[in-house]
Each structure stands twice: as C-alpha cells, then as structure tokens.
Design a binder for this molecule. Structure first.
Ligand code: NAP
Length: 235
C-alpha cells in the first residue's frame, strides 16, 4: 500500500507514521510537515515540506506522487501564538476564523481536487480527514470555540458532498471524517485540565483505534463521521 499522511509532524500524524511503518503491507509513506522536519527516519517514509493552504504547492506535490491507497489528513489548527479558540463572541476575529477555515476545511478539498488521478486505480482506497466531535452541530451543548467548530462542521459537509460525487466517479474510494478523541498533543495541551480523568488518550492509543476503524471501512461507508471507537457521530 502507498499511504499519504498530511501533517505528519503533528502529534497524531506522527503516531500514524510510527504505526504504519510496522505494517508489512505498507510499501511507502509520503509524509508532510510544515514548519520542522521530524526526526523519524525510515526507508518507507518520504518526507516533504508542504503548506496545505497553498493550492499551487499541493498541485505540484501531488503530481509527483503515484497511486495512493490511503490518504489521511492529520493537519489542523485550534490555536495560534496570538489566538486561542473563542470563549465569547467578543473574542471573534475574522482573520483567525479564516485561518481555521483555510487549514481545517479548505485543505482537504484541495487535496481531494488534486489527487483524483492518484486514486484512479480501482483498488479499495481511503480518503480520510481528522475532524472533531466539536464540529457536530447536533452535539454542540457547550458553545464556544466558534471558529474551530465552524471549520470542522464545514469540513464534514465538504467531505459528505465529496463522498456523494466520488460514489459515482471514484467508487473505490471511501471518504471519512474521523474524531480521534481527546489526544495528548500540542493542539490539546492548553485545554487538557478540563478533560475528565482517563479520557485523554496518547497519540499511539488514538491512532491504533482509528486504524481499526479505517480497516473496517467499506465503500458503502463513504461519507461517514466516525469516532476513534467506531461510534457513528451525529452531524
Ligand atoms: N488532539 C486532539 O485532542 C484532537 C481532538 C479532536 C480532533 N483533533 C484533530 O486531529 C488533527 C491532528 O491534531 P493534533 O492533535 O495532532 O495537532 P498538532 O500536534 O498540533 O499537529 C498539527 C499538524 O498540522 C500541521 N499544520 C498546521 N498548519 C499547517 C499548514 N498550513 N500546512 C501544513 N501543515 C500544517 C502541523 O505542521 P507543523 O507542525 O509542521 O507546522 C502539524 O503537523 C487536527 O485536525 C485536529 O483538529 C485533535
């Protein structure tokens, strides 16, 4: 299998690499980072620097890839050095909202747009993006985090719509939105004190669970929104 991991410098993306290099059926992993190239070196892993907000870079990079069996987009944004997720509407900032949309929503659509050719091989394949339970509109009881929630809700709609199109044009590809569970990474670090005991997963735990989910997916599941434990999440 040829696998693409976007955001492999992140906590969850890196754990995907660590697990997948041990799979004997995985031949090659194309892994991307944005700021700093991770130290992980393995004959199966080819590292590339990629800004997923830049369509031209995505187009150029994907044109160098061959056939893809699985693409997992594990890049994402919740906070920056200047901005945390909003607690109140008073903290709403247009540029921060747009950054969330660019990274959490648009990147997956650009990746889909430029990998159609790489998925045209008729073997069962997967196009998955890390979403988040807080992107569920129905499940939103707490409020707050407007930009992040909205970007993940929009991502879910984009993936669902893509799944419907690809059911006709690329029926071998299963499109999925995955919730990893609260995972101990730089993204969740500032908020971990609010996580009930026992519910903060290591990246390794989250990824092993998500790999079980990914292995269980069939083309009929395309357009699904699943948690790490297989739970079907409400939109
Ligand atoms: N951790 C959790 O509890 C949790 C819960 C629910 C959902 N998620 C979702 O899971 C995914 C992975 O999160 P994580 O916890 O692993 O976060 P993380 O450790 O902060 O990693 C984020 C990744 O996104 C990459 N990235 C950010 N902006 C980018 C850009 N413009 N171009 C390319 N790459 C970019 C980063 O690259 P560099 O580091 O190289 O800049 C890094 O690889 C995210 O979509 C997140 O929303 C996480």
């Amino acid at each position: 299998m040829n696998i693409v991991i976007i955001g492999a410098s992140g906590g969850i993306g890196n754990a995907f690499i660590e697990q997948l290099i041990m799979h004997t059926d995985v031949a090659q992993i194309h892994a991307t980072y944005y700021h700093t190239k991770p130290l992980l070196n393995n004959a199966k892993v080819v590292w590339s620097q990629l800004d997923i907000t830049n369509e031209q870079s995505i187009q150029q990079w994907t044109s160098t890839l061959g056939e893809i069996d699985w693409l997992i987009n594990a890049a994402g944004l919740l906070h920056t050095a200047e901005h945390g997720p909003e607690k109140t509407i008073g903290q709403f900032d247009v540029d921060f909202f747009i950054d969330n949309i660019r990274i959490n929503t648009l990147a997956s659509m650009l990746l889909a747009k430029h990998t159609v050719r790489n998925f045209k091989h008729r073997r069962p394949a997967i196009f998955a993006t890390l979403s988040a339970r807080v992107g569920s509109i129905e499940d939103n009881y707490l409020g707050g985090w407007i930009s992040y929630r909205a970007s993940k809700a929009a991502l879910n709609m984009c993936l669902k719509t893509l799944a419907i199109e690809w059911r006709r044009s690329l029926p071998n590809v299963t499109v999925a939105a995955l919730h990893p569970g609260t995972t101990d990474t730089p993204l969740s670090k500032p908020f971990q004190r609010f996580v009930p005991e026992g519910q903060l997963h290591s990246p390794e735990q989250s990824v092993i669970s998500m790999l079980n989910v990914l292995h269980s997916l069939r083309p009929n599941d395309s357009g699904c929104f699943r948690a790490f434990d297989g739970e079907q999440l409400p939109w």
